[in-house]
Design a protein around this ligand. Structure first.
Ligand code: GUN
Length: 282
C-alpha cells in the first residue's frame, strides 16, 4: 500500500513559515499586497479566488480583490492591469483564468509586469525558467517540486514522466524536473503506447484533466505518483486524473485528491508574493 503524500499538511507548514517571515518583514516596515482580479462569475474561479484571499489573510498579506462583470472589455481589464503595474504598494497581480471568450488571455498575461507576475505565466517568466534564470515559476509545478523535496523523494537521476503539456502545468513541470536533474519525458494525447512510457516512470506526474484515467496498469511497482487532476467522477464527486484505489496498490507514494497538489498551488502563490516583495526591496 502506498504512502500518502499529504499536501494539506505540507502546505500548512509552508504557510506557517511564510506567516513568520511576513511578520518579520512587517516589523521592518515592509508590507505585502496581492491584487486578485476575477472577471465574471465562473463558480470554480470564485472558489479558487476565495481560497487565495483566505491564504493571504492567514499569512498577513493584504489582498485587493477586483470582481469585474462578465461584460468587462479587454481594454478595461488591460487598463486595470496597467494601473496595478504602476502601483508601488502592489507586489503581485493575479488575473484568474479562464477569462470570458471576448478577452485575449495571452494579451492580458503579457501586460502584467514580469516583476509582479506571481502566477509565473508571463512569457518572460517562462523564458527565464527554460534557460535557468531567475523568475517567477508557475505555482502548481513549483508546489509539486516542493512536495517531492519535503517528502524526501530524490529527483536527480530518476525517470520522470509528465503526462500533459499545458503551459500552466505540463511544460513548466518538465523544465523544473530537468532543473532538478531528473531524466524527463513529456507525454500527450498523440503519444503512442502511453502505458509503455508511463510504466518507465520512477516519478509519474499526471495532468490531463480526465477523471481516473491512470490506473495501476500505467504504473511501475514502487513509483511515486503525483495527481494534478481536479475532476468529477460519475457520481459528481471530486476526484483526480488517477484512479486512486487502483494506483495505490502499485505506487510507493501517491498524492490524494483533494488534499494533494491543490493546497500546494496556493502555498507557492503566497511564496511568490513574499519573493516579489523582497525583490522590490533590492
Ligand atoms: N486558473 C486555474 N488555475 C489558475 C492559476 O494557478 N492561476 C490563475 N491565474 N488562474 C488559474
Amino acid at each position: 500500500m502506498a504512502e500518502l503524500i499529504d499536501g494539506k499538511k505540507i502546505s500548512q507548514e509552508i504557510k506557517d513559515e511564510l506567516k513568520e517571515k511576513v511578520a518579520e518583514l512587517k516589523e521592518q516596515g515592509i508590507s505585502i499586497c496581492l491584487a486578485v482580479i476575477q472577471v465574471g462569475n465562473n463558480p470554480a474561479s470564485t472558489v479558487y479566488v476565495g481560497n487565495k484571499k483566505k491564504a493571504c489573510a492567514y499569512i498577513g498579506i493584504e489582498s485587493l480583490a477586483y470582481e469585474l462583470p462578465e461584460e468587462t472589455t479587454e481594454e478595461e481589464l488591460l487598463n486595470l492591469v496597467r494601473e496595478l503595474n504602476e502601483k508601488k504598494e502592489v507586489n503581485g497581480i493575479l488575473v484568474q483564468l479562464p477569462l470570458p471568450k471576448h478577452i485575449d488571455e495571452d494579451k492580458v498575461i503579457k501586460t502584467i509586469s514580469p516583476e509582479k507576475d506571481v502566477d509565473g505565466f508571463h512569457p518572460q517568466s517562462v523564458g527565464a525558467l527554460s534557460i535557468g534564470q531567475k523568475g517567477f515559476v508557475s505555482c502548481t509545478p513549483a508546489g509539486i517540486i516542493e512536495l517531492l523535496k519535503r517528502s524526501g523523494i530524490e529527483i536527480a537521476g530518476r525517470e520522470c514522466v509528465v503526462v500533459g503539456r499545458s503551459n500552466i502545468v505540463g511544460k513548466p513541470m518538465a523544465l523544473l524536473l530537468l532543473r532538478e536533474n531528473g531524466t524527463v519525458t513529456v507525454c500527450h494525447s498523440r503519444t503512442k503506447d502511453l502505458k509503455e512510457v508511463t510504466r518507465r516512470a520512477d516519478i509519474l506526474i499526471v495532468a490531463i484533466g480526465k477523471a481516473k484515467f491512470v490506473d495501476a496498469d500505467y504504473i511501475k511497482d514502487g513509483a511515486v505518483v503525483i495527481d494534478v487532476g481536479m475532476d468529477r467522477d460519475e457520481n459528481g464527486k471530486l476526484c483526480g486524473d488517477v484512479d486512486f484505489e487502483s494506483a495505490e496498490k502499485k505506487a510507493a507514494a501517491i498524492t490524494p485528491v483533494p488534499g494533494g497538489v491543490g493546497p500546494m498551488t496556493i502555498a507557492m502563490l503566497m511564496h511568490n508574493c513574499v519573493e516579489s516583495a523582497l525583490m522590490s526591496q533590492e
